[in-house]
Ligand binder design. Structure first.
Ligand SMILES: [Fe+2]
Length: 197
């Protein structure tokens, strides 16, 4: 901006008064612009990212996604715990319900602390998976269930690995790093059991 260009180099004595006046006008003009800019900035409503403890938009979306995936895991695992035929599949499903319920509680607490709204967080794909699993029974159910667990966990692992690199919020990243080994272990367990069936 022309009004904020740096001061001119010092002039010789006779010209000094004029120069000082000019500089003072320039300074005042600069101040006025700065004040106007500050007023504009203040006039903006505070977004979630400006609130204390809040996260940026990308982190907020990732937290929402994790909450949605977590809810889906619990729904699928609850069905597995109720319907699995094989004792080990039932045991894995029961463990998944416990682990993901605990994880979801942690995600909800983190979201609340970071100003992330989870009220509309639902996954239509999870509903479809649950509906198709409900149609199966016996060994077919066990297989379909273990497949669903692997699929959803692959998505979750991908998302968490990305967040482990990209997350800006330290607490969110720490939670992701803490949770990743468990999510990987669930995936491996489902894979190993499927080979057993
Ligand atoms: Fe899991």
């Amino acid at each position: 901006m022309a009004a904020t260009h740096p001061r001119k180099p010092k002039q010789t004595k006779p010209k000094q008064n004029t120069t000082m006046k000019k500089n003072s006008i320039i300074r005042n003009a600069g101040k006025a612009i700065a004040l106007a800019a500050a007023a504009l900035f203040i006039a903006q409503p505070l977004s979630a990212a400006d609130k204390e403890g809040a996260v940026n938009m990308a982190d907020a979306n990732a937290i929402k996604k994790a909450a949605i995936q977590g809810k889906a895991e619990v729904k699928i695992a609850e069905l597995g715990a109720a319907k699995a035929e094989h004792a080990e599949v039932k045991a894995l499903a029961t463990k998944l319900v416990a682990h993901h319920t605990a994880m979801n509680t942690e995600i909800a607490a983190l979201a609340a602390a970071k100003g992330v709204d989870l009220t509309a967080a639902n996954d239509p794909d999870a509903e479809k998976t649950v509906m198709s699993l409900e149609k199966e029974s016996g060994k077919d159910f066990d297989k379909a269930f273990l497949n669903a667990v692997q699929e959803t966990h692959e998505e979750c692992i991908d998302a968490f690995e990305e967040q482990s690199k990209d997350a800006k919020d330290g607490e969110w990243k720490a939670w992701v790093d803490k949770s990743l080994p468990m999510v990987r272990a669930h995936h491996e367990a489902a894979e190993a059991l499927e080979e057993k069936l």
